[in-house]
Design a protein around this ligand. Structure first.
Ligand code: SF4
Ligand SMILES: [Zn+2]
Length: 328
């Protein structure tokens, strides 16, 4: 018992994960290094979204633990300019996870490091207000990510169970923009009960509607996380994660229509629980999407082909009749 407590105390001092990668820095129109940190916190209070298993990363941590985790992650800081993303598997502005004192200390820690050119945090819309956003205004650029998932209130409330409306998002996004920060909007490709074709149409339409509020759109390709309601559906063969062809199609259309940065981290790509095609072309597709993220250049998708593309096209053609059946 005592041993377990000591192990938990040590675990609480390190983040769930942290890694160095590249990201597109819109303000300078080029890719720069990006340190992503997933802090271990009390997690999301909502815990009701059908596809989300992030609550499994929550822990009983103190505010000091959280600051220690961030300090620990800074060991990976590059010597050159970089973007810092701080995620909490919940909401950065939720007092139950991070107190305002902790947030202020984070601002101090960020301001001390001149190499940090941009700070990105994520939150549910109900926690956004002028005071909290202003308080977080660091010396450099601030971006607030909001998981809207879709502009369709029916899909969001009935199939995802998100618990806030498109109007709530718009009000929150306006506050962020008025405070001089930018908004990154997460859209979900293929929520449960939405067929492949309708899912593509939904993210393209959603991207159009959120563009006036967002400087970045992050297209999240739905994956099947453990112990979620989506996993139950998937096990019963009522759900297949999106095809990577669908992701590419959506990225192309969104990018062609709007002057917005489009990102898509293909989490779990090529795996049965993640977005996938036939198995042969998954790595190629994943690599192209990652290349697009840092270049924003649609020509990375030129000439991509595989035999499975015809199957995907047929699926879209018969989509209304098949209603997302697990064909392949
Ligand atoms: S709001 Fe975000 S973190 Fe919370 S349950 Fe929904 S998807 Fe998960
Ligand atoms: Zn293929």
């Amino acid at each position: 018992m005592v041993k377990r407590k000591i192990m938990n105390t040590q675990k609480n001092k390190v983040p769930v994960a942290s890694w160095l990668d590249y990201d597109f820095f819109k303000e300078e129109q080029k890719a720069i290094k990006c340190l992503t940190v997933i802090l271990r916190t009390a997690g999301c209070y909502w815990r009701k979204c059908t596809m989300c298993g992030f609550w499994q990363e929550s822990a009983d941590v103190t505010q000091t633990d959280i600051l220690d985790q961030l300090e620990y992650s800074f060991k990976k800081s590059p010597d050159e300019d970089f973007i810092l993303k701080i995620f909490t598997s919940g909401s950065f502005f939720d007092e139950r996870g991070l107190s305002s004192d902790t947030r202020r200390e984070i601002v101090r820690m960020v301001n001390k490091r001149k190499e940090i050119k941009k700070l990105v945090v994520e939150t549910r819309s109900e926690f956004i207000n002028t005071e909290k956003v202003t308080e977080l205004n660091t010396d450099e650029h601030l971006e607030i990510a909001i998981g809207l998932e879709t502009t369709d209130d029916f899909i969001r409330s009935k199939y995802i169970n998100k618990g806030f409306s498109f109007n709530d998002y718009k009000n929150a996004a306006k506050i962020v923009n008025e405070c001089g920060a930018t908004v990154k909007t997460y859209l979900l490709l293929k929520p449960p009960f939405v067929s492949e074709k309708r899912a593509i149409e939904d993210v393209i339409k959603s991207a159009e509607l959120v563009s006036p509020y967002s400087s970045t759109i992050s297209l999240n390709l739905c994956n099947v996380q453990k112990y979620t309601r989506l996993e139950d559906l998937w096990k019963k063969k009522y759900y297949r994660p999106p095809w990577l062809w669908s992701a590419v199609e959506a990225i192309k259309e969104i990018k062609k229509r709007r002057e917005v940065v489009v990102m898509s981290d293909p989490v779990g790509a090529g795996h049965i629980r993640g977005p996938h095609n036939c198995g042969s072309c998954d790595s190629m597709m994943k690599a192209a999407i990652k290349r697009f993220n840092v270049t924003q250049d649609l020509s990375v998708f030129d000439g991509m082909d595989c035999e499975c593309k015809d199957v995907w096209l047929a699926l879209l053609r018969f989509d209304d009749l098949l209603f997302g059946s697990d064909l392949v």
